[in-house]
Design a protein around this ligand. Structure first.
Ligand code: BGC
Length: 291
């Protein structure tokens, strides 16, 4: 595994990036932040991502992880609740790879934050069902079952009684906009987390996003049977998680290439007419026996 990775966190107001120490799970250099272009059109955001990268002396082969505040399926944006709607159906991985010259791996921002917390933060070594929520402009979620991510859960948008879309009622941005007291906000969070608890019976809730720095003001006000703790990687979680995932994706690709190579060899040597499938790819090369 490469020791240094790179992560970029795209948000509605800022695009932040930094090199990441993949062993320690921390930033390896001060992060660079550039305001998100308004409107946040794909081409303009791609330029800003390239600008963030150019502030670092990054070796050519290093894969770059990028978070996006929407559903990302196989590199393609499917929703953009807090970004320009023209993002929908854009292959963000392809766009950024072409623009930056680095292999880019794109991931939902909540999922990236969750990966960082499970690897290095409050979820480290926690089995069972772990649910991370990020409280910010929107509400991001990441669901883990025995350490495995179930991607793109989008539980920030569940309907709650009297409200079509949870995040439009209980996100951190709403607390700010409506100048809610901690107690008033906690009442909304109580409804939200009780609903998630009823639906998923998690073993642990982790709360991320900038406001998790002030967790003493609201987490103790919640009454849940599930332990609820602040994230440890805080604002850097997206950058760290994206870098980890980009590195894993690279390792996966290299593994596949190796397997293909072995499969081809197996196919050529096979005399019994069987196709070189995944078993052939993992089988030890057989010495040909005479007789
Ligand atoms: C988006 C999610 C995102 C969250 C936090 C929501 O509005 O739908 O994809 O993770 O905001 O940015």
């Amino acid at each position: 595994m490469t020791r240094i990775g790179f992560g970029i966190d795209i948000g509605g107001s800022g695009i932040k990036g930094a090199t990441v120490d993949l062993k320690k799970g921390s930033l390896a250099a001060d992060r660079v932040r550039i305001p998100t272009p308004q409107p946040s059109l794909p081409e303009a955001v791609a330029d800003t991502v390239a600008e963030v990268l150019s502030a670092f002396d990054l070796e050519p082969g290093v894969p770059v992880g990028v978070t996006f505040p929407g559903i990302i399926q196989h590199g393609v944006v499917l929703t953009a609740a807090n970004m320009d709607p023209s993002w929908v159906n854009v292959d963000v991985q392809e766009l950024f790879t072409k623009r930056t010259g680095h292999d880019v791996f794109a991931v939902n921002d909540g999922d990236a934050a969750g990966v960082a917390e499970m690897a290095f933060g409050a979820g480290k070594k926690t089995r069972g069902t772990v649910m991370l929520t990020t409280l910010g402009t929107g509400v991001g979620t990441a669901l883990f079952v025995d350490g495995h991510l179930v991607p793109n859960t989008e539980l920030g948008h569940i309907p709650l009684v009297g409200h079509d879309d949870a995040e439009k009622w209980m996100a951190e941005s709403i607390r700010d906009r409506e100048s809610l007291t901690w107690e008033e906000w906690a009442e909304r969070l109580q409804v939200y987390y009780s609903t998630l608890e009823f639906l998923f019976s998690p073993d642990l809730f982790i709360v991320g996003g900038g406001v998790s720095k002030k967790h003493e003001n609201f987490l103790p006000l919640l009454d849940l049977r599930t332990p609820i703790v602040p994230a440890r990687t805080r604002n850097e979680a997206g950058i760290i998680g994206a870098a980890v995932l980009a590195n894993e994706a690279r390792a996966g690709q290299e593994g596949k290439k190796k397997q293909k190579g072995t499969a081809k060899t197996g196919k050529k040597k096979s005399k019994d007419g069987t196709k070189g499938g995944s078993k052939a790819a993992t089988a030890k090369p057989q010495k040909s026996s005479k007789g």
